[in-house]
Write a protein that binds this ligand. Sequence first.
Ligand code: ATP
Ligand code: MG
Length: 526
Amino acid sequence: MKRENLIAPESYNIVMEMERYAAERPGRQALIWRDENGASEEVTYGQLMKNVNKIGNVFKEKGLRKGDKVLVMIPRLIAAYETYLAAIKTGIVVIPSSEMLKTKDLQYRITHGEVRAVVSYYPYVDEFKSVREYDQLTLFSVGGAVKGWHNLDALKEKATDELDMADTTRDDVAFLSYTSGTTGNPKGVVHTHGWGYAHLQTAPENWLCITEGDRVWATAGPGWQKWIWSPFLSVLGSGATGFVYLGKFDPKTYLGLLQDLDINVLCCTPTEYRLMAKVDNLADYQLPALHSAVSAGEPLNREVIDTFRHYFNVTVRDGYGQTENTLLLGVMKDMDVKPGSMGKPTPGNDVEIIDEDGHPVPPNEIGDIALKRDSPALFKEYYKDPERTKMTQRGDYYVTGDQASKDEDGYFWFEGRSDDIIISSGYTIGPFEVEDALVKHPSVQECAVVASPHEVRGNIVKAFVVLQEGVEAGSPDLVKKLQDHVKNLTAPYKYPRVIEFIEALPKTTSGKIRRIELRQKEKVEK
Ligand code: ATP
Ligand code: MG
């Protein structure tokens, strides 16, 4: 696909896509919702867009205008979809917020993002009460009435279900998305309607492989860019039916739902896949409807690919991207899979591995993953932070901050975040390869590998390991066994010279491993 094909028409609003499906097939299910207590709900495209129009009218009645920013904190509920669509259709900018955010995180976004209004699920409203701007905000509660807040459900009931679309262009802002904060303060990433269009040209068909009438389960939660990518834009922007599950992650529950709901397309995090692959009675589950399964957000372990192939006859395909862009690399439909590789550049995106001077490096050499800056899949800027925006630029390229190599066939192999790379005795070691080897060991549930300062070697490779239930950290020779296991699977100099057993790994609220915390701990202790 040519780059030009990723460019939206001048006058464009993302919601035009959903409106098209609502007009063509009003009776098709848009969303099927369930919670862990068995409650369920469904909505068709026709009903969904009527609700969207009603909420849009409420926003307008309460004084919100095109360009205003609204922070939305709703969990996996149909109301999240309706609220986002209503804001976007009205030209309001959405600040997606996970329900896991606390007052301090909300304060940061509200001040930095100059938030005008908040829409929150009612149980979370207390988190907002000590925010400095509380009295100036227009507040809406969802799911229940709250004193001092507009009751969005009640107002929606009374509102009219017709709404004109705001006259947005492809350059108007649709989302102000804050990054996960894996390596520091979250950054405010500015995305336009045109970015949403570029995403829709690649991800749903080529990567997720959504076909007409598919039932798609993308497990990310609202508030994360991955939710915007997959369950929100890719599902509703391709006329598919989204399955939404509100409940705790439990591998057996997930497998049961995949089976009972005949899910056709699955999009999960590597951690979810990993924990499902470790379930002891996988042979009891049958998933004949599942024809496509993808993973993104963190490296995907080979173990997962092998297990899913063996039991379910489906190849889990990896995809790489960031809050700042959309899917940049992926194992696309009909591509030969090289297990462990993130695949190739997505159509229309010029992705390269470059050196410090901004020149592409030869095959199999490690460098920075970079994207040509003219791609419509790239964000506009970091909000109010020109310096940080500038730091990502090298010549014609945007530099992702991740390192990888590319083989002769053009497949990309992830090395690690630039900050996570370990340099030991002059060797450069990507933590992921060591982690990938370690999790293959039956005693290991999860692990993270970091650099630990060392007098002679500069750094040594250290692994933090969470053991499988029932395995004792004190069992004889366990450390030696794990080290030998890694030496057998990777170049021996990469093995972890130190292994520490811990109860749980530090993670971001989106579930990503924060190696930075472990690294800092090592520095302090030395
Ligand atoms: P912050 O930028 O605030 O530190 P973050 O980078 O974790 O947080 P996101 O934008 O959510 O925030 O995550 C993008 C990052 O996730 C990528 O830069 C990369 O490090 C990692 N990532 C995404 N997909 C993959 C993948 N398929 N394989 C390996 N790593 C991945
Ligand atoms: Mg980042």
